[in-house]
Design a protein around this ligand. Sequence first.
Ligand code: ATP
Ligand code: MG
Length: 296
Amino acid sequence: GIDTLFDLEKLAVLGHGNGGTVYKVRHRHTSSLYALKVLKFDEDAIAVRQQAAREAEILKRVDSQFVVKCHGVFDNGLGDPECVGCDLCFVMEYMEAGSLHDVLSIHRRLTERAISGIGRRVLEGLHYLHGMQIVHRDIKPSNLLINNRGEIKIADFGVSRVVAGKLEPANSSMGTSAYMSPERLDPERWNGHYSDGFAGDVWSLGLVVLECHVGHFPLISPGQKPDWATLMCAICFGEKMEMPETASPEFRSFMRRCLEKDWRMRGTVTELLSHPFVTKESSSATEELVGYALEG
Ligand code: ATP
Ligand code: MG
């Protein structure tokens, strides 16, 4: 295990996100590589920080080959001098090829075989998390990481919540994402039939696999300025989404099950795990993903 952040040497910046920076680090004694995520909090954002610290507790219980491993959580409350001020630090499994967002910005469009491999692994990860009563709530390309073995894993529990456990539901501090489901953007529409949130992760996965096929965020035409009102309309009120002709019938059927606007009608993770799109032989999908990872 990692006992102190003193043992980690910063090698490079891997990326920036909302409120934090991710570094590539090396453990001085073992030479193992890790990703270190440092979240900064304003002095006055104590409640947000407490929420984040509690969420960190979730991470420690998560252990699946389909989810990025968290090897430790540090905050200066633990007296670690490297972790200054209001920082909260996560030591994570290092995923060499970065995120699916990075892969897409290089390759633009992925083969259907590779996408089916991504779909399979993300569903397996969701199956595991949902089984622990965890809704991820922020499935999007930058939170799906890939390593040199072509393995995709779910990362980032920034906004995830334990449904039946002690953590409270999402609050307004978490913001909105273009990958959010209709029922999360407009919860009133189902007059009282509030979703437990699991179906929202399936919606987000649907948008991700569609994006991997068309090569851009699917609800906005390429080149068009992202405008939140238009986007919200397309997600919540628009017509049933047309699935691209270029996708195979199985792939189109898979996406239709994920992108059903009424969450009560949408495919569940368990159902989709036996969908023909993701049950095909998967070693060739992994090979193609290794190709994308290494070319990056
Ligand atoms: P958001 O803040 O909305 O989650 P984000 O996911 O892009 O946005 P971060 O989670 O901070 O922000 O990640 C930033 C980038 O760092 C990612 O896009 C990815 O390229 C890289 N990264 C994150 N975690 C790892 C990891 N475990 N291994 C390798 N690279 C990582
Ligand atoms: Mg992230």
